[in-house]
Design a protein around this ligand. Structure first.
Ligand SMILES: C[S@@+](CC[C@H](N)C(=O)[O-])C[C@H]1O[C@@H](n2cnc3c(N)ncnc32)[C@H](O)[C@@H]1O
Length: 272
């Protein structure tokens, strides 16, 4: 209930713009630890999905990384120009650059400290990180084939501004993939915003159960990391933020006060 309430409190654009940026700036400043590379709740595959083969070093990040794999591998990103809006600490863009081989991927985030962390931690020839705002993307028109957006758009002052900007930077036929959660009223609003975006809504999948299963499976890893690395007085807050078992977000996903979705949209291939 708490997580849902917080998301609904942040219904007001000015409040969202005010509240989220300092949180993510602070997190990247207080915890510049290379072991902490993701900030999403993760994904556990459907029973009919093949298990993801990972390099040993990636095992520690299996669940958040599987979310990126699930989203990007359904889009066909090899050889494409990609943008991640809200790339956080950079682990997702780094994984995609290495494992799914786009021509390039740019990870963009509002939090300058997170961008600095990502640049320092990950280097690959087809990967770069820049600071920027989802509501005013610092890129030319028609510069990307695929835009990915993971657990980030709930924080934006205006989702319609974000969708307008994505439409502008996508090439004709380009794809937008979004994963995020909402309470029921927020979900209705987001669906309407997606429908009004000028892009065609191609796929919509409820992955609440997959995210819940990931939260449960990753619980010991998160708790161990927080126990070892978070400052003592912040451990409780970190457990809530990281979404351990029995945290507010875990309870709200379980009761379906929060619902987690994946959407895939396509910009028309015809010139406007
Ligand atoms: C929950 S984190 C997810 C990070 C990353 N996608 C991941 O899965 O690890 C949300 C991210 O969205 C970023 N963000 C929030 N508002 C933004 C905005 N207006 N423009 C760009 N990034 C934003 C935050 O700074 C934060 O890094």
């Amino acid at each position: 209930m708490f997580a849902k309430l917080f998301l609904e409190l942040t219904e007001f654009a000015f409040f969202r713009r005010l509240v989220w940026r300092p949180v993510y700036e602070m997190l990247a400043r207080v915890l510049p630890l290379s072991e902490w590379q993701f900030m999403n709740y993760g994904y556990a595959p459907f029973p009919d999905e093949a298990p993801l083969e990972l390099e040993t070093a990636d095992e520690l990040h299996r669940y958040p990384l599987q979310l990126y794999h699930y989203l990007a591998s359904r889009t066909g990103v090899q050889g494409k120009d990609m943008l991640e809006v809200g790339s956080g600490r950079g682990g997702g863009a780094n994984y995609i650059a290495r494992a799914l081989r786009p021509a390039k991927i740019v990870g963009m985030d509002l939090a300058g400290n997170a961008v600095k962390f990502a640049r320092k931690t990950f280097q690959q020839p087809n990967l770069e990180y820049v600071q920027g705002n989802a509501e005013a993307l610092p890129f030319a028109d028609s510069s990307f084939d695929v835009v990915i957006n993971v657990e980030s758009c709930h924080a934006y002052g205006s989702v319609p501004n974000f969708l307008r900007e994505v439409w502008r930077v996508l090439r004709p036929g380009g794809i937008l993939v979004i994963a995020d959660m909402r309470g029921v009223p927020g979900l209705d609003l987001l669906r309407q915003q997606l429908q009004d975006s000028g892009m065609t809504l191609q796929e919509e999948t409820d992955i609440t159960q997959n995210v819940l299963a990931a939260i449960e499976a990753e619980d010991p890893i998160k708790k161990d990391r927080i126990r070892r690395l978070a400052p003592g007085w912040m451990k409780g807050a970190f457990e809530e933020f990281a979404g351990v078992k029995h945290s507010a977000v875990h309870r709200d996903l379980e009761s379906r006060d929060l619902i987690y979705y994946r959407w895939k949209l396509q910009k028309s291939a015809l010139p406007e």
